[in-house]
Write a protein that binds this ligand. Structure first.
Ligand code: ZN
Length: 153
């Protein structure tokens, strides 16, 4: 495993539409392992492949119960609304209040190409939306209804 460099939002990779993952091979597993290690070192809750310069539809999340690997995600259901503070490892020091669905249902594949679905609410729903957006070159700022100043107000 290796720590990868997290790209800043100024980099082109953060603004591109990523291609689906088609090969569920050791190269993908290496990427996912590296992304998990990079996410843990950065102490974030989600990291998408384009943030480490790989334009493929994959991300990892961790809410303290272990890593969740998400490949070729599709949000198939959105319910309710929430507004809460959001930031991004590619936008260090910037935070804003975003509006997101309260609950989402996600359909995706695991590292072996097997399909799974998961439901998430609150922080998990926010993270799923945020990371899925990254795969379409969309940053959280597009969902911000109010940016916070550096003191977090
Ligand atoms: Zn992000």
């Amino acid at each position: 495993m290796a720590i990868r460099n997290i790209l800043n939002e100024r980099e082109d990779a953060l603004h591109r539409v990523c291609r689906p993952v088609t090969n569920f091979d050791e190269r993908l597993w290496q990427l996912l392992d590296d992304m998990a290690e990079t996410l843990h070192k950065a102490d974030g809750c989600g990291l998408a492949a384009p943030q480490v310069g790989i334009l493929r539809r994959a991300f990892v999340m961790d809410f303290g119960d272990g890593i969740i690997e998400v490949i070729n995600p599709e949000i198939v259901e959105r319910k309710g609304k929430q507004e809460d503070v959001e930031g991004c490892l590619s936008c260090p020091g910037e935070f804003g209040i975003t509006r997101r669905p309260r609950r989402v249902k996600l359909k995706a594949q695991n590292r072996h190409g097997e399909e799974f679905t998961m439901e998430g609410e609150d922080l998990v729903a926010r993270c799923i939306c945020h990371e899925t957006d990254h795969l379409d070159g969309i940053l959280f700022k597009e969902h911000v209804i109010r940016m916070l100043d550096p003191e977090g107000k």
